[in-house]
Write a protein that binds this ligand. Structure first.
Ligand code: ZN
Length: 513
């Protein structure tokens, strides 16, 4: 008997085992046990030590659990395990389909983003939903139906007027259609071109349609500057008349005329809440906004010295307006209006008008950062239990909030400034937005919830994005799981795409044909 013949049966046996082995191991629970975590469960309760078991897409156990034979384990080494962050105001509806890994979002611990904010949403909604179902992203996504989107569909370019009764009926039909397709509610942006011409009655009519299907009303109100209080009162009236829960987008007091009045603003909201208005708000953690030069002058008289002077004064002068992009003259970039005026021996008003003219001549407009919110107002808003964290950013945002919002709150407002406790801040990123959206099984670490979880280091978590480098990734977010699948691991995306398109109850929308 030669050697080959002698070994042949053993080799066959060995091969057989190799084939059988995967079949055998599939019978074992394909679960993961996360050990030694400090659990911030999302409710706002104090942190506690524990182990968490994930099986398939859900959390199936919490406590002093021991690994089962052959079970995968992950030693959290005392890091904080929290529910995945839910960003209720995100502008990635166009960029997410092109960047399914969504690195700038997942690296912040965001596991669900909600798009269609400020009145602009994908349309047709069903086409967008289907394409996200066919090409899933690394994280979950849900969408609002945009008021301006629907208004323009019905009125075309003739939108600078009241809508007729027939046009409002037609908008109501489209709103109802969007709710049937899985929209989370109605969003509006009443400071912008199309939405600004809508009457309160028109908004109430559409909000009633959203309310009838269990949707909410999320709004960028009519004014965030000198007329902030009037705009707030209109928003509350819409909520009361349509009997609909309100999400107030990016709460702020954005001009000198209203700065420092957070306490009064909060009083109006508290009074409405006491009357039974279901009012929640979100806030981004920055004192500066990002826009174009022309938004500074609300009456659109860009070359009228009087209008420009009033406008600049309302933002506290030209030193609060910095040029971030201007293709006709790159030497302006990085300087504020006061500096440019001085260097060119002009007044601030003259300098503004010069920038408008140079921009118009080149068919462009300067991009600017306006620094016009004050820290005491931001702090007062954040300390309200009905204010949550949201970015108002998204993939490719030119404002650092797009890549930095959630780690910035944890690093700056929790660790450095002590404005918020860690469990309190986590609640504002998880169960509070989930409550607002009616997402029952997300936003909490508990048995039976979806396994959207984030593991982060509370000592190091911080944003790195700046106005000069707005897409720089945050640090300190170690691991991110979406529906039980690891999508972010030690500073890198894993390449997995387990994201669902989520509807009003928080589960994946059915894939329709
Ligand atoms: Zn907005």
């Amino acid at each position: 008997m030669n050697r080959a013949r002698f070994w042949a049966p053993f080799a066959l046996l060995f091969l057989g085992c190799l084939i059988l082995l995967p079949t055998y191991s599939q019978k074992k629970p394909a679960s993961l046990l996360i050990l030694n975590a400090q659990i911030a469960d999302g409710s706002g309760a104090p942190l506690y030590k524990g182990n968490v078991r994930i099986a398939l897409s859900h959390i199936v156990g919490i406590g002093e659990l021991q690994p089962e034979p052959g079970e995968r384990t992950l030693d959290a080494k005392g890091l904080v395990l929290a529910p995945g962050f839910i960003d209720i105001h995100n502008h990635s509806e166009e960029s997410l389909p092109k960047d399914l890994a969504a690195e700038t979002q997942v690296s912040q611990g965001i596991t669900s983003m909600v798009v269609g904010a400020d009145g602009d949403s994908p349309w047709p909604l069903l086409g967008w939903i289907r394409s996200m179902q066919e090409h899933p992203a690394a994280l979950n996504v849900g969408t609002f139906a945009g008021h301006a989107t629907i208004r323009q569909l019905v009125m075309g370019d003739d939108f600078k007027r009241d809508a007729t009764a027939g046009e409002i009926r037609s908008m109501e039909q489209r709103m109802g259609q969007a709710m049937n397709q899985g929209a989370l509610g109605l969003s509006s942006g009443l400071e912008y071109e199309v939405g600004s011409y809508a009457t309160t009655d028109e908004l109430v009519a559409l909000a009633k349609v959203a309310a009838a299907s269990g949707g909410i009303y999320m709004t960028h109100i009519r004014d965030e500057a000198d007329k902030s209080f009037e705009a707030l009162n209109e928003e509350i009236a819409i909520g009361e008349r349509a009997h609909i829960p309100i999400e107030h987008s990016h709460i702020k007091l954005g001009t000198v005329g209203v700065q420092g009045k957070a306490a009064d603003y909060i009083k109006v909201i508290e009074a409405a809440r006491k009357r039974g208005v279901d009012f929640l708000a979100d806030c981004y953690p920055y004192d500066a906004w990002h826009s174009n030069l022309k938004v500074v002058v609300p009456d659109k008289q860009y070359e009228n010295p009087k209008s420009v002077a009033t406008a600049l004064a309302s933002y506290g002068g030209g030193s609060h307006i910095t040029i971030t992009e201007f293709s006709p003259n790159k030497s302006y970039v990085g300087h504020n209006l006061a500096e440019l005026a001085k260097a060119n021996k002009l007044s601030e008003v003259e300098m503004y008008i010069r920038l408008i003219r140079e921009g118009d001549a080149a068919h462009t407009e300067a991009s600017i950062i306006g620094q016009s919110m004050i820290e005491s107002d931001i702090k007062a808003f954040y300390q309200q239990p009905w204010v949550m964290v949201a970015s108002d950013g998204g993939i490719g945002s030119q404002h650092p909030r797009g890549a930095g919002t959630f780690p910035r709150v944890l690093g700056l407002y929790v660790r450095e400034k002590h404005w918020l406790t860690l469990p309190g801040a986590i609640r504002k990123m998880t169960s509070l937005p989930a409550q607002r959206l009616g997402w029952k099984d997300r936003g909490l670490i508990r048995e039976g919830a979806f396994a959207d979880v984030v593991l982060f280091n509370p000592e190091t978590v911080i944003d790195r994005s700046t106005f000069a480098d707005p897409t720089a990734l945050s640090t300190g977010i170690e691991k991110v799981f979406v529906n039980g699948v690891l999508v972010w691991d030690a500073g890198k995306p894993t390449g997995a795409r387990p994201g669902f398109v989520i509807g009003r109850k928080g589960a994946a929308l059915e894939i329709s044909n």
